[in-house]
Design a protein around this ligand. Sequence first.
Ligand code: 5AD
Ligand code: SF4
Length: 438
Amino acid sequence: MMEKYYFIMTYGCQMNIHESEKIAGILENLGYKATDCVENADVIAFNTCCIRETAEQKIMGHIGSLEKLKKNKPHVKIVLCGCMTQQEGKGEEIKSKYPYVDYILGTHNIDQLHDLLEKQSKSKILVEQTDGYITENMPVTRTSMPNAWVNIIYGCNNFCTYCIVPYVRGRERSRSMQSIKAEVESLVAEGYKEITLLGQNVNSYGNDLKDGSSFAKLLNELAQIPGDFRLRFMTSHPKDFTDDVIEAIASNDKICKHIHLPVQAGSTNMLKAMNRKYTRESYLELVDKIKTKIPSVGITTDIMVGFNGETDEDFEETLSLVEKCKFSSAFCFVYSKRKGTVGYNMTNIVPQEVKKERIKRLIALQNKITRQGNSKYLGNVFEILVEDVNSKFENTYCGRTDCGRLVNFKSDKNILNQFVKVKVTKGTSATLWGEIQE
Ligand code: 5AD
Ligand code: SF4
């Protein structure tokens, strides 16, 4: 029998990276094998993102570039799924622009890919409007040894006014503690060394289950699983970050001391306009509390500039918050309006030049803080999970500290997937360099 191949292109966040592992699982079940070369593929799947307009434009460009390939090889199935396709009317819009796309699947329809391909169905748009449900026991083909992703909660109930996620991912649905625990146990048994718990807002884990489950309980429970592994999680919402979660992180060695805590803006006015449900002051207090209770913690964040109505004073407050919090790194974004959100219809738009100026200043400030923060790592020894080779240099590997910083180091032996002790010797930018301690 002829070999059949699949090629998956993933856009966007960790959730999508993990979802692509599930798409790969479906395809491998059907007998397809992975290929890195799109020209060789019999199935080409784009797992899409729509968080910002730039993401969508990039994807549209890539779909456009498949036209010739599909003409030359009409048997190739082109599949679009993920957040972009779930937006109202988007499936039809894509189909009319790019009629050669075969299957367009919404975020709640991915498990139907199996049948469509098995039956070689004719082209179809399957986008279900629902609050969502959970499909357990989907096949998963993992590609990120020694790291494994585990969903704990899907969807989002927060409706931040700039954000499309609640519209394309539905309401919050938590998996049961029991099924999460079983998955983590089997991953540890398979040799995975780092498990990252995923959710749009991990701190609201369990709220919908109404059986007493909570994120703190889940962390404490998973940290009891025996074995040589560590736990990470993302993303946390500042409004739900409770003391028992801080306590769970502080008191369990297996839980990494890294918290991704998106602030979005530094002025209470902007936070209100964004519907974030916390203030500048309460965020600063939370960061202080976390740093006091977990002294080795690394806090990272997401920040947006140019949301509707942002004044110079508001932006200065973002800069001063960044100065105060000393994040170990920050993802900085320019606000991009998304159809269907509350922000889309606001009229107090910030001009493009102002946004550009602000993002430049913000990134420059955070870069300075990241560089300055490096000095506190110098000379210290960290336990690092060796995740990858750094192919830019000879015999060089890289991995993360418990608090989330990337470190490069040399080794003559193959040390992939192992925990090693590394002394940090140099740090000029976002990456640190160190030496393995025997
Ligand atoms: N424009 C720009 N950035 C956005 N984010 C979410 N929605 C938008 C938008 N419309 C950012 C937020 C979020 C991160 C994942 O993406 O900072 O935390
Ligand atoms: Fe979007 Fe806010 Fe939900 Fe995060 S918490 S996914 S920013 S709506």
